[in-house]
Design a protein around this ligand. Structure first.
Ligand SMILES: C[S@@+](CC[C@H](N)C(=O)[O-])C[C@H]1O[C@@H](n2cnc3c(N)ncnc32)[C@H](O)[C@@H]1O
Length: 242
């Protein structure tokens, strides 16, 4: 990240525990309907220790803190996101119960045993990330959108207390079956439960990308057409550690 001052914008979170306002710099992910759905689905008990992996601006860590988590740790590969999240926490007056760390997946929180992990790392295929412009760096979760969530799943259990919960978003916009097969193999099928499902539109223009069209024709992503728009389905899962 350069030391040049970054243009900031204000974003008002109107999801669970909102409204509250956070600042975003150009390289920091702007919360989406997935963030809102995850916040609604997650169960946070007073005193929980929470890890928000792929924290971006920190919004989900802030929701957990506002639901009286004892401590919310956010981590992100982007040092710009981590710096911004820390500044947002100070503005919101919740620095004492939040902490943000830079690094790959769960590496920055290997010393933490959490009651809850919010596993919202980038999970859409790189060609869709590029075509939608959702990600400031243009990168998604790998060629099929499953690669990064699967890598996160492989390392998540050593950071969870027994009985702890991982909240995991999946969607028909990625190779969802690979993500879910991994979650069921690691946590046990009986411990992986769907909490909510939502449908969202995508601009039909993303089909102009040959790579996106190929992901659809290969059956890796499953989008339904409605007029000029495409619909994808989001699901939020709870994965409970035995
Ligand atoms: C879909 S965004 C979610 C951001 C935030 N949770 C929200 O709801 O606004 C995914 C985040 O994962 C981060 N990310 C991407 N690759 C990562 C990695 N290998 N390790 C940790 N975070 C990563 C991105 O920088 C981005 O902030």
């Amino acid at each position: 990240m350069s030391n040049e001052p970054q243009a900031t914008t204000e974003y008002t979170w109107k999801g669970r525990t909102g409204p509250f306002t956070v600042s975003l710099t150009p390289g920091v992910f702007k919360p989406t309907s997935t963030s809102v759905a995850l916040a609604e689905a997650m169960e946070i008990h007073e005193g929980d220790v929470v890890v928000d992996v792929g924290c971006g601006s920190g919004v989900l860590a802030f929701v957990a803190a506002r639901l009286r988590a004892a401590m919310s740790y956010g981590c992100d590969l982007s040092s710009e996101a981590v710096k911004t999240a820390g500044e947002n926490a100070r503005r919101l007056g919740i620095s004492a119960v939040t902490e943000f760390r830079v690094g790959n997946l769960l590496e920055p929180v290997r010393d933490i045993r959490a009651d809850v992990i919010i596993g919202d790392v980038s999970g859409i295929p790189d060609p869709i990330a590029l075509a939608t412009g959702w990600f400031p760096d243009g990168k998604g979760g790998g060629p099929t959108g499953a690669e990064l969530p699967v890598a996160m799943l492989e390392g998540v259990q050593s950071c969870l207390k027994p009985g702890g919960r991982l909240y995991l978003p999946t969607g028909t916009i990625q190779d969802e079956s690979t993500v879910l097969e991994t979650a069921r193999r690691l946590f046990g099928t009986e411990n992986v439960k769907k909490l909510i499902e939502r449908q969202f539109p995508l601009p039909g223009s993303i089909l102009e990308s040959d790579k996106v069209a190929r992901l659809i024709s290969d059956g890796l992503v499953d989008l339904k057409r409605r007029g000029s728009r495409l619909l994808w389905r989001l699901a939020v899962w709870s994965c409970r550690q035995a």
